[in-house]
Ligand binder design. Structure first.
Ligand SMILES: [Zn+2]
Length: 233
């Protein structure tokens, strides 16, 4: 057995023997989700539509070409476990594995065709230091593994980019303006960029990243991908 296969098998015993959504023990052939949770997942299928609810939330100076999200993110839904367990219970492998599955699902629909680089949304460095990893980057790694598209670290957080979980929608809107900088913009010139985050709520964080890209790399094409997309009802 190769070492990588051995590590995978150990990791799967330790981490992925239970459904990340309902907690039921997984059986052979099930990955991350049990069959029931997989079939019942409230998929958005946004990637099949050229103007969807994600596009609507990201209307600004930066035109978004393609927009994809795996599932609807509702506060009381067990599917939030796919985001929250990874985020708050220190299980980054969930985000990575979820991204692998999602990327495989939409690969044949040509969502990734022509995309040159994956750009995960960064966290404030202090938060990342505390948690030890960036959730959006784990997702980007999963997508990269399936698609072979390289990951760039060109989007950087300006200092003072705080967590937005407890702030109201109005505050978030007011604070959207200027969260990110783009480094080494010349690397991105003329490219189709896929900006990646874990979950989109109001869309203000993602929009801010897209607008930073539009300012720094005006001739790029920008698309976005997230695992969860909140329904604003
Ligand atoms: Zn389940």
């Amino acid at each position: 057995m190769k070492i990588s296969a051995w590590i995978r098998s150990v990791v799967s015993v330790v981490f992925t023997d239970r459904c990340a959504v309902c907690g039921r023990t997984l059986i052979d052939g099930e990955q991350l989700l049990c069959l029931h949770c997989n079939v019942a997942m409230p998929r958005t299928r946004y990637h099949l539509s050229s103007f969807n609810h994600l596009h609507e939330r990201l209307v600004g100076n930066a035109r978004v070409e393609r927009a994809a999200a795996w599932f609807y993110y509702k506060r009381e839904s067990p599917y939030t476990n796919l985001i929250l367990q990874a985020k708050y219970f220190d299980r980054p492998e969930i985000a990575h594995e979820a991204a692998l599955i999602y990327a495989r699902e939409i690969l044949s629909d040509k969502f990734f065709d022509g995309i040159d680089m994956l750009l995960p949304i960064p966290m404030h460095s202090f938060k990342e230091l505390k948690r030890g990893y960036n959730q959006a980057e784990m997702i980007a790694r999963g997508v990269s593994k399936v698609t072979g598209i390289p990951i760039g670290d060109n989007i950087v957080a300006k200092s003072g980019h705080k967590t937005q979980t407890r702030r109201g929608a109005y505050d978030r809107y007011v604070n959207v303006a200027d969260l990110f900088d783009v480094e080494n913009a010349n690397e991105l010139a003329g490219k189709h960029l896929l900006v990646i985050d874990d979950v989109v709520t109001t869309g203000s964080t993602l929009l801010s990243a897209c607008e930073a890209l539009r300012r720094s790399v005006p001739d790029s094409v920008i698309s976005v991908l997230a695992l969860g997309s909140a329904t604003l009802d």
